[in-house]
Design a protein around this ligand. Structure first.
Ligand SMILES: [Zn+2]
Length: 287
């Protein structure tokens, strides 16, 4: 399994009572805000994370994640027949930077026109529907690769201040590169949304990796796949652009676990390229 996981928990619970097999076999991932954890349970066990039942494969795999501001304490509960195990989970708190972006068109920062607000709502619903799709794909278990080469110019979780106005945090990782730079699939999946012009996010693509884990790519110049298409890791899926609310060409890559936003940098290997830049020149969409 991947070596960069910062924490590996393997449980061998052998009570002398019955010498039963443990229900929780392993948990691997980043136990930090924005992190994703893959677990394996005994076959036919049921798993709940903080009271929400998780999808589990026939051979016992499941996945869950922690949003940007996730509270420190959580609980995983496994049951099988009359057996029950409760595993406390501690989630590390992270510090986020403040990123200021100035020079955006005011109409893109605080839209007020009714037709624009209507459009934003409609596009938001399309995105929510695409992210809510769940599938039996298990591609979230792959070692992800970076979808583009360039320069890291924006980071997960940072608090955005646009034209002086505090806004929603930034949920993606931004890779700045010229318009037309290839974007490849970071892992296998199925395309759930391919839409060329959203108000905030411009060219917008969502790829389902299974069990509620998906990637979102925004501000695309072109989209080279269609909804429903199967993609393999490394396949060309789009090109980088500056569409939607952006001040320059970049890819904004996001990882979702259903409604939770996760940090792609915790999924991908160390970025090869220049990431020492401190000036944020890009802006995000909301997807
Ligand atoms: Zn961004």
């Amino acid at each position: 399994m991947r070596s960069r996981f910062v924490f590996v928990l393997v449980l061998f619970i052998s009570t002398s009572l019955a010498a039963k097999e443990p229900l929780l076999l392993s948990l691997k991932g980043d136990f930090a805000q924005g992190g994703l954890v893959i677990g394996q349970a005994a076959p036919k066990a049921q798993v709940e994370f903080n009271g929400t039942q998780l999808k589990i494969s026939d051979d016992g795999y499941f996945v869950f994640g922690f949003h940007r501001d996730h509270e420190a304490a959580a609980t995983l509960t496994l049951t099988k027949g009359s057996l029950k195990e409760v595993q406390p989970i501690h989630i590390r708190k992270r510090q986020y930077n403040i990123e200021r972006v100035d020079g955006l068109p005011p109409s893109k920062v605080n839209p007020i026109k009714p037709e624009v607000l209507k459009r934003i709502r409609k596009e938001g619903a399309m995105v929510a529907a695409a992210r809510a799709k769940t599938s039996d794909l298990r591609h979230f278990m792959q070692d992800f690769i970076w979808p583009a080469k360039g320069r890291l110019s924006g980071f997960y979780g940072s608090q955005r201040v646009l034209n002086g106005d505090p806004k929603r945090p930034h949920y993606g990782v931004d890779v700045a590169a010229p318009t037309g730079t290839p974007v490849v699939a970071p892992a296998d999946g199925i395309v759930r949304l391919a839409y060329d012009n959203m108000f905030y996010s411009g060219g917008t693509l969502i790829v389902d990796h299974g069990f509620g884990v998906s990637s979102t790519f925004i501000h695309l110049n072109s989209i080279d796949v269609e909804e429903g298409q199967v993609v393999k890791q490394g396949d060309l899926i789009a090109t980088i652009g500056a569409t939607g609310r952006a001040t320059g060409p970049h890819l904004d890559w996001r990882i979702n676990w259903f409604k939770s936003r996760l940090d792609p940098q915790l999924m991908a290997p160390p970025f090869e390229g220049n990431n020492s830049d401190t000036k944020t020149v890009m802006e995000e969409g909301r997807k």
